[in-house]
Design a protein around this ligand. Structure first.
Ligand code: FES
Length: 126
């Protein structure tokens, strides 16, 4: 199975489970959508790869007990909700539904996600 539809979003295969080891974070793409994929306590998570502070790549960050820490200025985000739980970032990051089947990681990407994505591009509010 390469993709399945759920809630208006398409699940896309982005990686083999073994490519995201416990405690690690890596960058993957679902088409044009750049993702930060992590594994914490056995569970795989997917978020946007861009920090809401100044756009640093979260795939260069580190995991800690309560989430992912951006390597640039130390903001921490909840992997489940995307909430900024440690400053300087105050806005949440986008998180995506993830499922693992048959040793592969699938991430649900909506049409809206696709429309707003692209290299180093994300919605701005200024
Ligand atoms: S860019 Fe991530 S904390 Fe500043």
């Amino acid at each position: 199975m390469s993709a399945a539809e759920e809630g208006g979003a398409q699940y896309e295969r982005v990686a083999r489970s073994g490519q995201v080891e416990e405690g690690w974070v890596r960058r993957f793409f679902a088409g044009e959508v750049e993702l930060c994929v992590a594994r914490l306590d056995g569970k795989a998570y997917a978020t946007t790869n861009y920090c809401t502070h100044l756009d640093c790549l979260l795939s260069s960050g580190k995991l800690q007990d309560d989430g992912i820490r951006c390597s640039c200025h130390g903001s921490v985000f909840d992997l489940e909700t995307g909430e900024a739980i440690y400053p300087p970032a105050t806005e949440p990051i986008r998180t995506y539904p993830v499922k693992e089947e048959n040793g592969e990681i699938f991430v649900a990407i909506s049409e809206e996600d696709r429309a707003q994505s692209g290299p180093r591009r994300r919605a701005r509010r200024d």
